[in-house]
Ligand binder design. Structure first.
Ligand code: ASP
Length: 430
């Protein structure tokens, strides 16, 4: 049993769907096969714009949604030559459901609205892929992830109900896969027990694939990317980047924790628990080796650089200069957790406490409104966090050139620096 995950870049247009199909065909002898697919190209970003537009203009939100629909219809027509009636019906169904939510007048929680609308991206891309595989004479079935992945009601960051999810995957997916069917499942989405759609957090399709791999005791999980594998740094921003052939689960967890974008941070744990190897491979060169993530033995690694933008420093001090004691920290972490603010680095002193967090201004604003006035809070936004694992001292000056380091921490072979930059982060290639 293998699980393949195809991200948005691999299905950004009709040629992408054809390429994905040819990769699946290469592996047909290795069935059973479950395919997890993301929304096409940048559809999720566009759907986020729809949700934002609903706030001020329903008409504008509907127009943006219609543009997304037209884009998908263009892909379908390019693939099939015309719009197959059954696929047309399914696509309409998903878009109409999103329209209802947009037109709905009653008060609804914004994160709830987000999940109902943004999930459409994965629903329609998976419909197109399943239909195209069938058209290409593959025994593929569209499977609704919301019947399998059961979560709580934390919209936008839903947490998995593992018992129910495992039970459902076992009952509803296992047998058909073993009978030779290729299941096409949406990444990123799940459902509450009351059948409300939830999402697992941005880039969450990798996590979906890992959940399926874990529940199905898969022999391997494959993530197909537009890079040759896991790289020593993001080739869009750094020169002299090389591919890592092999990584232990532990190193992969560390890298993703520090912000390496190739794999979603929650992906490794479910596959590590079952010892399932994860292959990160290029969908542009599927014959190439890629990176294998497996095993517990740490190897010798070259320096690995992870640069994360969108960071902010939150400086807390107690207004009366009293000590920042453990119970203060417990309170602050409780509040950070309540607003789902991701802490990436921290430092405390007698009268102050500083955390580097992912800069999500709305969450931070809600957090600071609730913050007990005994704390003074100063926010330093628009920063970068540089992490170098297995670093060599000689490489650091080049990496921080032209930047002001605000906070630095060294631990064993890892150095982290929060930096202010006069130059915005721009990719080397666009
Ligand atoms: N489509 C979702 C996103 O762009 C999930 C994913 O692609 O993993 O975040």
């Amino acid at each position: 049993m293998r699980i393949f995950k195809f991200g948005g870049a691999s299905v950004k247009d009709a040629a992408g769907f054809r390429n994905v199909t040819s990769i699946i065909q290469r592996f047909l002898d290795d069935k059973p096969l479950a395919i997890v697919v993301s929304a096409t190209g940048k559809t999720t970003n566009k759907l986020e714009e729809v949700v934002a537009a609903k706030n001020h203009s329903v008409t504008e939100a509907l127009a943006l949604l219609d543009a997304i629909r037209q884009h998908h219809l263009t892909i379908v027509k390019e693939l099939f030559g015309q719009l197959p009636a059954e696929l047309d019906l399914h696509l309409q169904e998903h878009f109409v459901e999103a329209e209802w939510i947009i037109e709905e007048q009653r008060e609804m929680q914004v994160d709830y609205i987000y999940d109902q609308v943004v999930s459409v991206g994965e629903l329609v891309s998976s419909r197109i892929l399943a239909a195209w595989l069938v058209h290409e004479h593959l025994d593929a079935t569209w499977v609704d992830a919301r019947d399998l992945i059961i979560t709580d009601e934390s919209y936008r960051q839903a947490r998995i109900n593992w018992d129910e999810t495992n039970r459902r995957i076992g009952n509803r997916l296992s047998a058909s896969l073993r009978a030779g069917n290729i299941a096409v499942v949406q990444g990123f989405i799940g459902s509450t027990p009351e059948n409300n759609t939830t999402t697992l957090g941005r880039e969450g399709s990798d996590y979906t694939a890992a959940i399926l791999a874990n529940a199905l005791d898969a022999g391997g999980m494959y993530i197909w990317k537009d890079v040759p594998g896991v790289m020593t740094a993001d080739p869009d921003f750094f020169e002299n980047v090389t591919k890592l052939d092999r990584l232990s689960y532990r190193e992969a967890i560390e890298m993703t924790y520090y912000g390496c974008k190739v794999i979603h941070p929650k992906t490794i744990q479910p596959i590590k628990l079952k010892g399932i190897p994860l292959y990160v491979k290029s969908f542009l060169k599927p014959e190439d080796e890629g990176t294998v993530i497996a095993g517990d033995i740490d190897l010798e690694y070259p320096p690995i650089v992870v640069l994360e933008g969108k960071q902010a420093l939150l400086h807390f001090s107690s207004a009366d200069l009293s000590f920042i004691a453990e119970y203060h920290l417990a309170y602050l972490f409780g509040l950070l957790d309540k607003y789902r603010i991701k802490v990436n680095m921290m430092r405390n002193s007698a009268i102050s406490f500083t955390v580097c967090v992912t800069n999500e201004p709305i969450r931070i604003q809600h957090f600071s409104t609730e913050l007990n006035p005994m704390f003074k809070l100063v926010i330093d936004p628009e920063l970068e966090l540089l992490t170098v694992r297995h670093f060599q001292e000689s490489m650091l000056p080049g990496l921080i050139e032209g930047k002001i380091v605000l906070l630095e921490e060294r631990f064993k072979s890892t150095v982290q620096m929060v930096m202010k930059t006069s130059r915005p982060i721009v990719p080397r290639r666009s």
